[in-house]
Design a protein around this ligand. Structure first.
Ligand SMILES: NC(=O)c1ccc[n+]([C@@H]2O[C@H](COP(=O)([O-])OP(=O)(O)OC[C@H]3O[C@@H](n4cnc5c(N)ncnc54)[C@H](O)[C@@H]3O)[C@@H](O)[C@H]2O)c1
Length: 259
């Protein structure tokens, strides 16, 4: 629960959350709504997105759902336009939707699998930034938070396509932070390590199937997965004016995984 001091950190802000139907996106949507913002939940899974909006409303918050595949340019433009038509501005984009690739030896990754992962994890992030930056540039303010991963700062075994996509997210984050640093627009990325969400449910069985068994798994040095709410706290901070001097940061939130 939010303490009384933090309850209104995001009062009046309009925040888009992609991948808001599950995991880190859902937990962040709930926390940021409880902090006073209105949330535009974007997901390609309609039932999950609607459920997040229902949870927001049940807790006394405000939000709408827009169904979109983040790697489809038209659908990205649609969620941006719907946000403007409904709320008139965009304060924050939490550009978070992403997928995991199948654990595979580098040489066995199919071209289709590589394209599938890059399309969502990198092109999806690019499209969200591109169309939201057009709005933010006109507004003269804005704040973008991209979800990268510890694989943005180091490689993960048997996850070459995912690693490449997340390194790319770090690159897009820094490039936009640099270009818009004098335009009132901040751009940062979070790098979760292991978070207990549906995305990681299948990791143990996938590792077994891939034949790669790390010496230490899960290699969370802190001894456990993060709960999505622990990432939501960081996202809420980045979305607030309390992080006003942060831009271009690639923020590792990994329980010591990359030590
Ligand atoms: N869980 C982890 O351990 C972990 C670690 C590092 C980074 N991440 C990153 O965090 C982000 C969120 O992951 P999560 O763990 O909450 O996973 P999740 O599977 O619980 O949630 C991801 C959400 O994104 C949506 N989504 C996927 N592809 C989409 C698309 N093309 N268009 C629209 N929506 C789409 C899904 O429907 C789902 O609701 C991802 O970018 C992931 O790569 C997760």
């Amino acid at each position: 629960m939010n303490s009384p001091q933090t309850a209104h950190d995001l009062e009046g802000k309009i925040i888009i959350v992609t991948g808001g139907g599950s995991g880190i996106g859902r937990a962040s949507s709930l926390k940021m709504a409880a902090s006073g913002s209105k949330i535009v939940v974007v997901d390609y899974k309609e039932s999950m997105g609607l459920e997040t909006v229902e949870l927001i409303k049940r807790a006394g918050g405000e939000g709408i759902f827009v169904q979109a595949n983040v790697s489809n340019s038209k659908e990205v433009q649609h969620y941006v336009q719907t946000t403007i038509d409904t709320f008139g501005k965009i304060d924050v984009l939490f550009n978070n939707a992403g997928i995991l690739q199948d654990f595979k030896k580098f040489q066995d990754i199919s071209e289709e699998e590589f394209t599938r992962v890059i399309d969502v994890n990198l092109k999806g992030i690019f499209l969200g930034m591109k169309y939201v930056l057009q709005v933010m540039d006109q507004q003269g303010y804005g704040n973008i938070i991209n979800t990268a991963s510890t694989t943005a700062v180091r490689a993960e075994h048997s996850l070459a396509a995912y690693t490449a996509s997340k390194h790319g997210v770090a690159g897009l984050t820094k490039a936009a932070a640099l270009e818009y640093v004098r335009k009132g627009i901040r751009v940062n990325a979070i790098c979760p390590g292991g978070v207990a969400t549906p995305l990681t449910d299948s990791v143990p069985s996938q590792l077994q199937a891939s034949g790669y068994v790390p010496e230490e798994f899960p290699n969370m040095r802190i001894g456990r997965y993060a709960q999505p709410e622990e990432l939501a706290d960081i996202v809420t901070f980045l979305a607030s004016d309390k992080s006003s001097y942060m831009t271009g940061s690639i923020l590792v939130v990994d329980g010591g995984m990359t030590l």
